[in-house]
Design a protein around this ligand. Structure first.
Ligand code: AMP
Length: 190
């Protein structure tokens, strides 16, 4: 069975968006990132966007119903046109459960790829990105908060996908090209 629906799990700063875009291009499917979708909503100037802006500024997570609603239209469209590589969802067990509850099985992920990068390396990369890109949620305080949330919230999701036998672990600290090759190998594509 060809892989067409992939979730990427990793600490912030582990290179999810770089590898996600590459992988989506290789699979010929849509790259869907919840962080970018939320920032688009902020940029649209809607009242929902105004609320999301203050959540992002604190480095907190946006409410599940909001993320699921924004994601639903994107994922359905992505699946209709071939599939997706999803970056940023699910972030915790409640979101993993919401995925199973609110989306049909034809939209559920077939594989979860864990890009494994140590927290210290992620912190360095995020601080470097903060000075080059100036993203408002890349301050030292929000970076530490987002990394702490990962350990608390995403670990149980990783365990859940591992128990289901759909987890592929990749050393994300390697060079970009090597990481991309390892992901493809893990999906049985190389
Ligand atoms: P990212 O671009 O993935 O680093 O996400 C940036 C911010 O968007 C996060 O710090 C959260 O505030 C918010 N966010 C992204 N994905 C989710 C999600 N699945 N659930 C809740 N909040 C999210």
């Amino acid at each position: 069975m060809a892989v067409r629906r992939v979730v990427l799990l990793a600490r912030p700063g582990a290179g999810k968006s770089t590898q996600g875009r590459l992988l989506a291009g290789q699979l010929g499917v849509a790259y869907v990132a919840t962080g970018a979708l939320l920032r688009d909503e902020v940029a649209s100037g809607s009242s929902l966007g105004g609320h999301i802006a203050s959540v992002l500024a604190h480095g907190d997570l946006v409410a599940d119903e909001v993320v699921v609603a924004i994601l639903a239209r994107e994922l359905e469209q992505a699946v209709a046109t071939g599939g997706y590589v999803l970056d940023g969802f699910p972030r915790d067990l409640a979101q993993a459960a919401a995925f199973e509850e609110h989306f049909p099985s034809a939209v559920q992920p077939q594989v979860a790829v864990l890009l494994d990068v140590p927290a210290d390396e992620c912190r360095q990369r995020l601080l470097a990105r903060a000075s080059s890109e100036g993203r408002s949620d890349d301050t030292p305080e929000t970076i530490d908060r987002r990394l702490a949330l990962f350990d608390e919230d995403l670990m149980p999701v990783i365990e859940r996908y591992e128990q289901r036998g759909i987890l592929v672990r990749v050393d994300g600290a390697a060079e970009r090209r090597v990481v991309a090759e390892q992901i493809l190998a893990g999906l049985g594509i190389s």
